[in-house]
Design a protein around this ligand. Structure first.
Ligand code: HEC
Ligand code: HEC
Ligand code: HEC
Length: 324
């Protein structure tokens, strides 16, 4: 629906509402209540208008139900346990502890080792309760009864009951994960490229557009027999790839040289070779290989994660969603 027709429809709808509400009651006499003129007919119109609004809003939501996904977002208080508000990913590391502690508790219950069991039950309880302090909005998602059961069964050496309590606890882990794990990882851990400059005042997005133009220029030029243009575009692309590569090390510190690696460099050379002397088929194949190695591989991780992150971080407004 174009904005023009949407506007016209909204306008008609609005006029209809105005028309209904501006009808004057003729059959009922106004009633005087403590100094206010009160018209019963207008009240019924008011209620009618409310119902109409509910129906309209409900209708809009219903019409869009196949095209809108409702996702629960984590409470804002979670942000303090992630970068940049925190130096470390504290929440995630607390989760790793919980998983390890669950494993240890199960292990020592199976081995009927009371001493170690008690140590790990104490750690598990401490960190499980801590999650509720870290994000108070999630306190109600914790299963306190399971923790009490766990502690009591462990201290009275009822190893079978320890296992049952762990199962109950595990259900509370899974219930929260089902709603919040993926979205939390995406919102707080997917690398953000929005402000990343590839060279002074050139943002990543602009650089990407440049790279893709060069890839396509190579293809257009060799298909139409313009060898020199194909080769000069390849040389520009190679330069663009090298410039892009300098940004990787800001995060990929431990990798020696992630991008472009030897395989990418070899592919660039063999594409150059086939642009000079190869067949159209060779050229197409080499270019395809280069695009997979130098573009698609990184997109598979970074672009998908970054685009998804943007969906949640820069959430579209309802107005935008409805317009779409
Ligand atoms: C960091 C790894 C990485 C590599 C390597 C990479 N890209 Fe990207 N690319 C991204 C990210 C992240 C985005 C999303 C950027 C955005 O939308 O702001 C993106 C977006 C794009 C876009 C869409 C730009 C737009 O207008 O939204 C194109 C086209 C593109 N890349 C082409 C390429 C080509 C061609 C190559 C290989 C020569 C390449 N990319 C290599 C990460 C990468
Ligand atoms: C109230 C919500 C909540 C509860 C309860 C919860 N978690 Fe989590 N958990 C999360 C969120 C959110 C993430 C995603 C964190 C991220 O990826 O940065 C997560 C991630 C994890 C991860 C990392 C996932 C992976 O495979 O890399 C593990 C392990 C984990 N939780 C274990 C547990 C265990 C064990 C329990 C129960 C004893 C538990 N969690 C209870 C919210 C919860
Ligand atoms: C803002 C930080 C950041 C930058 C910049 C960055 N990466 Fe990454 N990259 C990560 C993180 C973190 C991971 C681990 C997976 C994840 O959490 O998304 C990763 C994972 C990857 C992976 C998948 C795992 C692997 O090692 O094969 C590839 C491929 C990759 N990055 C390529 C690149 C390339 C190429 C560049 C530069 C053009 C780049 N990255 C720049 C942070 C970054």
């Amino acid at each position: 629906m174009s904005p023009g027709t949407a506007g016209a429809k909204a306008c008609k709808l609005f006029s209809a509402i105005i028309a209904i509400t501006s009808l004057r009651g003729t059959c009922a006499e106004p009633v005087h209540i403590t100094g206010i003129w009160f018209n019963p007919m207008r009240w019924s119109h008011f209620i009618l208008l409310q119902c109409l609004l509910v129906v309209i809003v409900g209708g809009i939501v219903y019409i869009h139900k196949d095209r809108v996904t409702v996702i629960k977002t984590p409470p804002a208080s979670l942000a303090q346990w992630y970068k940049p508000e925190n130096k470390r990913q504290v929440w995630l590391h607390t989760m790793f502890k919980l998983r390890r502690e669950m494993q240890a508790v199960q292990f020592y219950a199976d081995n009927k080792d009371a001493k170690h069991l008690e140590k790990w039950v104490a750690l598990l309880s401490e960190h499980y309760l801590k999650t509720g302090e870290m994000v108070p909005e999630w306190q109600k998602k914790l299963n306190m009864e399971a923790i009490t059961d766990l502690q009591e069964s462990a201290s009275s050496h009822r190893y079978q009951d320890v296992s049952h309590a762990l199962d109950d606890l595990s259900e509370s882990c899974e219930a929260c994960h089902k709603d919040y794990r993926a979205i939390t990882a995406t919102m707080y851990r997917a690398p953000d490229f929005s402000l990343m400059e590839i060279s002074p005042s050139i943002l990543l997005e602009a650089h990407m557009e440049e790279l893709t133009r060069q890839v396509n220029q190579i293809k257009i030029a060799f298909e139409d027999g313009m060898k020199d243009l194909a080769l000069s575009s390849l040389s520009d692309l190679e330069q663009g790839i090298n410039t892009l590569g300098e940004t990787c090390s800001t995060c990929h510190k431990k990798d020696t040289k992630v991008y472009p690696d030897d395989t990418i460099n070899t592919t660039i050379s063999s594409l150059g070779e086939s642009l000079r002397t190869g067949t159209l088929k060779d050229q197409g194949r080499e270019l395809g290989t280069l695009a997979v190695l130098a573009c698609a591989r990184c997109h598979g991780t970074h672009r998908i994660a970054y685009d998804t992150r943007q969906l949640f971080v820069d959430r579209q407004s309802w107005v935008e969603l409805i317009k779409h």
